[in-house]
Write a protein that binds this ligand. Structure first.
Ligand SMILES: Cc1ncc(COP(=O)(O)O)c(C=O)c1O
Length: 348
């Protein structure tokens, strides 16, 4: 039985064009700033974001961490986050343990911070409170099922942060998914923030790598912090070569992943016991509520694995499925059919 892997878009493999580019890339020692392929990728990334400079890092987690280390002024300042944010929940507590921040979680809905909650959380200087230093946003938001923060709300949140002198970091691991879904250039989101991290290794299909973008001064500082955490890589052009192909060729096709996510969600809705609100399927991630099956999340995950459909648990009531270029229309249709066989009590 062939495996249909819907666990994450992190499973994507490099394209043939990426492999060729990696094999033929001119290389140098990037710690000395002498790898021409890395330099080209960093210029391209900065240009796409409409920012002055960019930096290649090993992963999204490293990009977020290095950005926060660069924003930090003194130990114990506050980072204001959505409580479901990846940087808060899934990055090993690095924002506190390494960057020295205290996370302050705000009221939010589907990964979108409530502006009023942000306004109230930013206290005037007072010896009782940790100094608010950074607002951290995430778009698209992973936990909520790939929801896209609309540009208006993004601007409103950034406006509040700016008014109070906070720095703004955007965890844009999947910012291209958000921008493609919202049909606006990614630079419109980036224009509002001081730093952005985006992943090359997810829907864009690179084997490794993320980028940070910001002002030239920010990126110079970030380069220092990347070195401190051991992220200075030598002939990193082998990674960067794939990144260049990703930024030149792989962005527009993300719309296909979004269409396939809708198809998958609609299919899940035809299986008794499963439900997805179609209105919230905006990008390539869907959370499927399984309460109607009467099974626990782990039971659902196991039953689906038994028929070769790999999904992530979102206990206690949901599973997560993510589409990517390896899970096209045919794989989605096959997955729905197998899921029906595994879960639908009424299936013949
Ligand atoms: C929203 C978000 N931010 C950051 C990351 C971290 O990326 P990486 O796995 O490359 O460290 C992920 C990974 O899934 C993510 O979904």
């Amino acid at each position: 039985m062939d495996i249909l892997n819907f666990r994450s878009d992190t499973q994507t493999l490099p394209t043939e064009e990426m492999l060729d580019a990696m094999r033929n890339a001119p290389l140098g020692d990037d710690v000395y700033g002498e790898d021409p392929t890395v330099c080209r990728l960093e210029e391209l990334a900065a240009e796409k974001m409409g920012m002055e400079a960019a930096l290649l890092v090993a992963s999204g987690t490293m990009g977020n961490l290095v950005s926060l280390m660069t924003h930090a002024r003194k130990l114990g300042e506050a980072v204001l986050v959505d409580p479901s944010a990846h940087i808060f929940c899934n990055e090993g507590g690095g924002l506190a343990g390494i960057a020295g921040f205290m996370p302050l979680s705000l009221a939010s809905n589907n990964g979108m911070i409530d502006p009023q909650s942000l306004e109230t959380a930013i206290k005037k200087p007072d010896i009782h409170y940790a100094t608010p230093r950074v607002l951290c946003l995430e778009n698209s938001n992973n936990r909520s099922g790939g929801r896209v923060t609309p540009l208006d709300l993004h601007k409103q949140l950034c406006g509040i942060a700016r008014k109070h002198g906070l720095a703004i970091h955007l965890d844009g691991a999947r910012i291209f998914n958000a921008a493609v879904a919202a049909q606006i250039p990614v630079s419109e989101y980036a224009a509002e923030v001081d730093s952005i991290q985006f992943c090359l290794s997810k829907g864009l299909s690179c084997p490794v790598g993320s980028m940070i973008a910001g002002s030239a001064e920010f990126i110079e500082q970030a380069r220092f912090h990347r070195k401190r955490v051991g992220g200075g890589m030598r002939q990193a052009g082998v990674i960067a070569a794939a990144g260049i192909v990703a930024l030149e060729k792989m962005i527009d096709r993300l719309a296909e992943d979004h269409d396939n996510a809708k198809l998958l969600a609609a299919g899940a809705n035809t299986i008794s016991g499963l439900s997805v609100n179609m209105d919230v399927v905006e990008t390539n991630i869907i959370n499927i509520n399984h309460t109607g099956t009467g099974l626990s999340t782990n039971e659902v995950v196991t039953k689906l694995a038994d028929v070769g459909v790999i999904v992530s648990p979102r206990a206690p009531v949901a599973i997560r499925m993510v589409t990517c270029r390896h899970t096209g229309k045919a794989e989605v249709e096959e997955a729905v059919s197998r899921m029906r066989d595994a879960l639908d009590k009424n299936a013949s």
